[in-house]
Design a protein around this ligand. Structure first.
Ligand code: SAM
Length: 329
């Protein structure tokens, strides 16, 4: 088991399939994009499946989430998902995506066994989308969401980041729309993970503020608080339910004590925390001929070193050198 020195066990593996993205969301990267990893440094599909297999078969991983960058840009995605869902014990397999291309890929992904998707959508307004993501692709995301629902990748979850003065006025309309469509919306506090290092505490729309913005339009009551476990979202019943909304207060309401996540970057580095400043290289030893057992040992050691918390509130906090798109969100 991937146990750290505080007794937490990592069972939820987030795998970044690429650092590239076809959007340029302000809270993530600059409009001109980033220096992408050279192809030779990216794990091949074979290498990804090998490491995921070690995680599932030897290290107790029960959930695999493919992300990025934008995972739909990875041509072998359907094959990777199919090989992951064929593992024993069968992990839960999900995808975090911006939804562009999902209209075409939702059915093949469902056929490969994908269980569900999280689609990022921060606004209902195409012009705001273009301003926020620097690409005119709002309609593609909406179509992708509908296709995911149609393909049975449910519950379809929607991730939204609110930015002050950009889309924070849309909290209630976005939630109403998601409820109407049957999607479960989760608001995520903006985290200091943008490549431009432009995050500020004052600029962040906090979980408290988000709940305040919603309370004028909805009656929210805490749901399943005792069953929250390691889930990052605090969930609320909307107007008595059954529809729900989640609020992920990563910064102001950290959940590090219950964290069960571990990450694998697209270039084969284990990260024991989104905010880790150290990584453990699995790619180099793998390419040098390391056995599955040796790779598992390295992975165990990487998780054992996990810190108690992300430390954003600590004066010595340092933003990780890699941005969210390179870590895998
Ligand atoms: N491209 C995919 C997508 O858009 O969902 C997957 C990768 S993206 C990094 C994963 C999630 O991280 C998205 O929901 C995105 O909104 C969120 N995200 C990116 N930068 C963030 C930040 N600085 N703070 C909070 N969430 C962020």
């Amino acid at each position: 088991m991937l146990r750290d020195s505080f007794g937490r066990v990592a069972t939820d593996l987030r795998v970044s399939l690429t650092d590239k993205c076809n959007l340029r969301c302000t809270y993530c990267m600059p409009p001109e994009g980033l220096d992408w990893l050279p192809n030779a440094q990216l794990l091949t599909a074979e290498e990804i499946v090998r490491l995921v297999t070690i995680g599932v078969e030897r290290l107790g991983v029960t959930e695999v989430r493919y992300t990025g960058g934008e995972p739909l840009l990875r041509r072998e995605l359907v094959d990777i998902v199919g090989r992951t869902t064929a593992l024993t014990p069968r992990p839960q397999v999900s995808l975090t995506t911006n939804g562009i291309g999902l209209a075409r890929l939702a059915e093949p992904l469902a056929a490969a066994g994908l269980d569900r998707v999280n689609v990022s959508l921060d606004t209902l307004d195409a012009a705001t989308f273009k301003r926020l993501a620097h690409r005119d692709r709002h309609a593609d995301v909406i179509a992708g969401l509908a296709a995911a629902d149609g393909a049975g990748l449910r519950p379809v979850k929607v991730n939204a980041v609110l930015m002050r003065g950009v889309n924070d006025h849309e909290a209630a309309p976005l939630l109403r729309w998601c409820v109407e469509q049957g999607y479960e919306l989760r608001f995520i506090e903006q985290m200091p993970l943008d490549a431009q290092h432009g995050w500020s505490r004052e600029g962040m729309v906090t979980a408290d503020e988000i709940l305040g913005l919603l309370s004028g339009s909805f009656d929210l009551t805490p749901d399943d608080l005792e069953e929250r476990g390691s889930a990052p979202a605090e969930r609320f019943l909307i107007d008595g339910g059954p529809a729900r909304v989640g609020v992920i207060g990563s910064v102001t309401r950290p959940f590090c004590g219950a964290c069960d996540r571990v990450r694998l970057t697209a270039d084969g580095q284990v990260r024991n925390c989104l905010f880790a400043t150290e990584e453990s290289d699995l790619k180099t030893p793998m390419r040098a001929g390391a056995s599955d057992e040796e790779l598992a040992e390295r992975w165990l050691a990487a998780v054992a070193r996990k810190r108690a918390g992300h430390g954003i509130d600590d004066p010595s906090f340092l933003q990780p050198s890699r941005p969210m798109s390179a870590i895998g969100g």
